[in-house]
Design a protein around this ligand. Structure first.
Ligand code: TXE
Length: 487
């Protein structure tokens, strides 16, 4: 059985004790056993973390961009060197398959490399006004607060830490209380790569710790990945001080398979969009719209492949589906499955805990689950489940499916599978989603902006768009003529 020593906070370039005297238990999703206790930050610890980041900001923000880039690049190389170790840690903490966790570590390194390369290109504009002129300076914001979710702890942290540090900000980060481990390691790596003490501080604890962090008067920006409900609370909390915010929230994304798609690819896309990471992905295509003519063939291919998904020990490189994050979350997903049945959807596959040997018999595993005979008004079709539950819906024509796909308050992702080039672009142009995929789903490399329409979020992460959200523009007007006498 795996266990770790009690985990602490990371402030001012070193691991340190919290002053609250309180801890919480960090549970292994795969076995239900305790991995370790984690110290909870007190409000004095939050103060200390923010003060340290504020102190570090003065020097860090004034470094030449290329110097900041070198630190990020170095950190990325150390992440790469420690891929096996970090992937194992992330897999133990999240319950996800270690092969997927490896891709997360590499993805985090790629994000830091991307922003390392981008730093020297962060600049303002020169605006010619005839005789006079103006210019803009892109200035950092100050101390940023990052708050993470539990599905991609390391990747989510790097999506916030990479651009924030590149732009000259410093950060205090609170990982999800369900996955506290990997961000501490990332902080140590950044320090060893040359980030000055206080450049990144990590505090631990439940939502109330995140709340006191974002409300701290010295915090200049907040970035949250989490549920829509928490996003609304964060927006409200920041309204008083009118500070900028980036929100990556939940979704109920449509994935549309037209009759002219490559069906084998479409089924692969639908499976990845529902069962990768046990279905715990905000942009998952959980409303799978299949055109009438290919419906039966789609179901046949899906059923022939779904039974081969290997569920079990997340540390086994053969495993393709691990455990859900917690007992409470699994119960929530099971409740949705019951609701689906009660509201008249047909449970085509799964819906139960797989039979696994000890020690995984106490883990939070769930079979991949598929519903057919779904309607747009059913709870399982409207609400985000955040588990391996696919709802399949039939459609007859393009206009109909676009209207149905858009009929939701969420607006994070959307996928379209078709081999008709004009149809693909015509349809995505009408979909109300921040990120659309043609003949793929969920792929999000560092180079492309990721974010949402409607209630799924605000702002963009990654791509050059992220720079806009971690800098503020100062306009400087320069008078080159003489002011006329007044009065
Ligand atoms: O999220 P929470 P949870 C969605 C998904 C999932 C649901 C619940 O629908 O079922 O969220 O997951 C911190 N002020 N996503 O419970 O509660 C909290 O401590 C400041 C989508 O983990 O929103 C944690 O660090 N911070 C998501 C983080 O916010 C607060 C991935 C997220 O917690 C806070 C994961 C407060 N008032 C879940 N309350 C995605 N978009 O990928 C909580 N927190």
């Amino acid at each position: 059985m795996h266990s770790f020593k009690e985990q602490r906070l990371y402030i001012d370039g070193e691991i340190c004790d919290a002053s609250s005297g309180e801890t919480f238990a960090n549970i292994s999703p795969a076995t239900g056993h305790k991995l370790c206790d984690v110290q909870i930050a007190s409000s004095a610890d939050v103060d200390r973390a923010v003060a340290s980041a504020k102190n570090a900001f003065t020097d860090w923000s004034q470094l030449a961009g290329a110097q900041r880039g070198r630190v990020l690049w170095q950190a990325a190389q150390r992440l790469r060197e420690q891929t096996d170790d970090l992937a194992r840690l992330e897999s133990l903490d999240t319950g996800k398959p270690v092969t997927e966790a490896r891709l997360d570590v590499v993805g985090a390194a790629e994000v830091l490399e991307y922003f390392a390369g981008l730093v020297p290109a962060i600049h303002g504009q020169h605006i010619n006004l005839g005789q006079s002129f103006a210019y803009t300076r892109r200035e950092p914001l100050g101390v940023c607060a990052g708050i993470g979710a539990w599905n991609f702890p390391l990747l989510i942290a790097s999506w916030k830490i990479g651009p924030a540090l590149a732009c000259g900000n410093t950060l205090v980060f609170k990982p999800s209380e369900l996955t506290p481990l990997s961000t501490l390691r990332l902080a140590e790596i950044l320090t060893s790569a040359g980030l000055p003490p206080g450049g990144l501080n990590v505090i631990q604890g439940p939502g109330r710790v995140g709340d006191s962090l974002i409300r701290h008067p010295s915090v200049a920006k907040a970035s949250l990945t989490g549920s829509v409900a928490t996003g609304k609370k964060v927006l409200n909390a920041l309204a008083d001080r009118v500070i900028p915010v980036t929100l990556e929230l939940g979704g109920k994304s449509p994935l549309i398979l037209f009759k002219d798609c490559n069906l084998r690819q479409g089924v692969t896309g639908a499976m990845l969009a529902n069962f990768y990471c046990q279905g715990e992905i905000c942009s998952n295509g959980t409303r799978v719209f299949v055109e009438d003519e290919i419906f039966d063939a789609f179901i046949a291919d899906l059923l022939s492949r779904i039974r081969h998904l290997r569920i079990g020990n997340p540390l086994d490189p053969q495993t393709q589906m691990g455990a859900l994050i917690s007992h409470a979350h699994k119960e929530k997903v099971l409740k949705y499955i019951e609701t689906g049945k009660n509201e008249g959807a047909h449970l085509l596959y799964g819906g139960q805990s797989p039979l696994l040997d000890a020690p995984f018999d106490f883990g939070f595993f769930l079979q991949p689950t598929v519903f057919t005979d779904c309607t747009d008004t059913m709870t399982i079709v409207r609400e985000e489940i955040f588990g391996p539950v696919m709802s399949i819906l039939r459609f007859k024509d393009e206009d109909e499916v676009i209207a149905r796909a858009n009929n939701t308050d969420f607006g994070l992702g959307a996928g379209v599978f078709t081999q008709n080039l004009q149809r693909a672009h015509r349809v995505v142009a009408q979909l109300q989603a921040g990120i659309c995929w043609i003949n793929n789903h969920n792929y999000a490399p560092a180079e492309i902006p990721f974010g949402a329409y409607k209630q799924s979020g605000l702002g963009r992460e990654n791509g050059t768009a992220a720079i806009d959200h971690y800098t503020q523009i100062k306009t400087v007007y320069v008078e080159m003529g003489e002011l006329a006498d007044y009065p």
